[in-house]
Design a protein around this ligand. Structure first.
Ligand SMILES: [Zn+2]
Length: 281
């Protein structure tokens, strides 16, 4: 387990030429075979989920992490590993999703972020950073998350304990929103996304809760695009780290020692970890 990893290089294997022992690095996690068409295109995370670190391969919940190739490591300059680790997935996944929405956005357009949890809190910051002309509406069901979204730069927050779609429609007028990122992915959030989408909008699903969205010719606004977005590429992770170095994307980290990991996971399960818990050996 553990797919958001960063640290200091302990020991180099044979043939490694561009890294030094003791250097701080982030671990790009979407490891692929390195040979297929997707890997050769730099979209290694689309190769095979079972070779992702922390999924099919032992991950970063450990004192040491074995990384099989230097192409998975990004040298950290201006960030320490504990600051970079949460960005490896929780920052990168919304970043890739938001990049898909950029062709649909313009000054004055509306982007809706559904769910301000571990991914959504980065989504709000990234959207404001890379599409500063867009108005960001953040949707959640807890006072804490709605307050956090405001602090992170959301222009409007919508409490989904009420009728979120209706409230968003009131904010966007009849036109609707040009981009919707669903970081939750249950039936209800997908329905909200479809209800508030404008014509020629894009809905990007990153939440893996398993909900479904009925699809039919007249069931969605005209020419609305629906896609999922899967983690992110090595170069996209470099871009997220660059945003973090510039202070445009920040994790709110809390450090815990490795021996407390079971307790931390328990707290996470109960929703009692606010911000990003970072396990340090
Ligand atoms: Zn491959």
């Amino acid at each position: 387990l553990g797919h958001n990893s960063a640290g200091y290089i302990e020991k180099l294997g044979p043939g490694v030429t561009n890294l030094k022992e003791g250097e701080p690095v982030a671990v790009f996690g979407g490891w692929g075979c390195g040979h297929c068409r997707f890997c050769r295109q730099g979209e290694e995370q689309l190769c095979n989920m079972m070779t992702w670190v922390g999924f099919g391969v032992d991950g970063g919940y450990a004192q040491y992490l074995h990384v099989p190739a230097q192409r998975h490591l990004i040298k950290l300059i201006g960030l320490e590993p504990a600051e970079a680790a949460p960005l490896v997935d929780a920052g990168l996944t919304p970043y890739r999703a938001i990049k898909k929405t950029l062709p649909y956005l313009y000054p004055g357009s509306v982007a809706v972020i559904i769910g301000v949890g571990n991914l959504g809190c980065f989504a709000v910051q990234i959207m404001k950073a890379i599409s500063p002309g867009s108005r960001v509406i953040a949707v959640d069901v807890t006072d804490y998350s709605l307050q956090l979204a405001s602090e992170l730069g959301a222009d409007y927050v919508v409490d989904a304990r009420g009728d979120a779609a209706d409230e968003i429609r009131q904010l966007t007028g009849e036109e609707g929103a040009q981009a919707i990122i669903d970081t939750v992915g249950i039936d209800n959030t997908l329905k909200t996304a479809a209800t508030v989408a404008a014509r020629k909008a894009i809905i990007v699903l990153v939440g893996v809760a398993g909900g479904t969205l009925p699809y039919s010719f007249l069931g969605l606004p005209s020419e609305c695009v629906v896609t999922n977005s899967v983690w992110g590429s090595y170069t996209e992770l470099e871009e997220v780290l660059a945003l973090a170095v510039d202070g445009k994307v920040q994790a709110r980290i809390r450090r815990f020692p490795l021996e407390d990991i079971n307790e931390v996971l328990h707290l996470l399960d109960k929703g009692q970890i606010l911000g990003q818990a970072v396990i340090t050996p």
